[in-house]
Design a protein around this ligand. Sequence first.
Ligand code: ADP
Length: 487
Amino acid sequence: MYITMVSPELAPIAKVGGLADVVIGLSKDLVKKGHNVEIMLPMYQGMRYDMIRDMEEAYAELWVPRYAEWVPEKVFTGIVEGVRCYFFTCGNKFNRDEIYGYDDDMYRFVHFNRSVLEFMKKTDKSPDIIHCHDWQTGLVPVIMYDHYADTGMNKTRAVFTIHNIEHQGQCWFGEDLLASIGMDCGQYYRFDRLQDNIKHNMINLLKAGIIYSNFVTTVSPTYCKEIKESDGKGLEPTLNANSDKLGGILNGLDYEYWNPATDPYLELNYDIESFDKKFTNKGSLRYRLGLADEYRPIVACIARLVPQKGLHLIKHAIYQTLEKGGQFVLLGSSPDEAINEDFRRIANELSDNPNVYIEIGYNEELAHIIYAGSDMLLVPSIFEPCGLTQLIALRYGSVPVVRSTGGLADTVFDVDHSGKGFASSNGFSFCDVNEDGINSALNRAIECWFYHGENFMKLARNGMRCDYSWNNSGNDYVNIYNYIKAH
Ligand code: ADP
């Protein structure tokens, strides 16, 4: 099958969040399965150009509408991790320091959407599937069906993936936004089209992607259910009206990169057969962080420190773990300096305690060492579309302790409540977003480590046996592609 991904981000060259990992992970898996995949993304000034192979010009003068005129721009091409990519200059609109965060973000990305389709038309591309990701690409299916239906793309089907429904772009006045790429807004100001469900005089690009695509996915089945019921940030009616073409597919994890048997950052590599070597990594983690070398479990948390991640629960867990006799390691950072300051204050307050280590910052190497050296990984998110940290923890034999929401509910099975028992559960979970809630899981996990060590080991090993690689998720996407091609 011929699949074109359209994305605002791509790991490792242009990454802000998990979306970047999904696009490269899924694309690589589809290539491995024998499909023809290409990725379209904006040409950012700050991309990791050193990680793009064979960069060259793909189209010298692509004429794209800008209000009433047509203006020329360039398209480049290169290979990222074995996948063919196209980079759109869009009149230098992406020649800036950051990927997002500008007042004209809406204009920049609709321009990108229009350029992609114009390029596909001019180069006679007719993929089976065009797979778009998040609001930044929401207009692609709209433009394709309404303006390019009589080109080679008349058989192309569109898939749209919602990575986090909190991000819908800014609602914007449609007339000027669409006029900026030579389109007339009139027909789109309707509740069953692009009109925002709350601000009726504006349009919503995430909604555009949902309405105009042949299939819409979210990044886990439980998140899909949650956003239809009550967490859809205003889009619940749209999701429910389109529920027959909506489904959740779990994100995969890059099992080559995240592999304790080959991870170059670890003191000693290990796998399920040589689990004992994990304890060497625990020792070196303690040594590196200055933690006491005593008979205690290490509870870790690695997260962007944003409200979604359950900040008050993370804070509470630090003290609760110490009270229960454990050690706590936090690695995290926030875009909000006040939050970083708050955690630095806790670090200062506990600076004499040999059982706690808090690092505020982003540290890839340390993250690997923590996954390998910790006994448990805490993820107390308020909501979590999929979540990667619990998947990494499972792979590294660190038992996840999570709030049962979104992708966490789909991947972590509580030993006491999932009905699977010690034979096939892999962690501890809780529901209530309060101190009693988190205690109910954290206390059980720590007590299990102290008093039922054999059972705790079973959980860790069960986790290492789970398969959350891209292979399974890739198959699910292929099934959807085949389904919409046939209908
Ligand atoms: P989100 O995309 O919402 O931040 P995920 O769980 O999907 O959350 O992905 C988080 C990824 O970022 C994981 O790979 C995790 O190891 C990594 N990460 C988060 N915070 C840090 C940090 N401070 N230092 C190093 N890696 C981090």
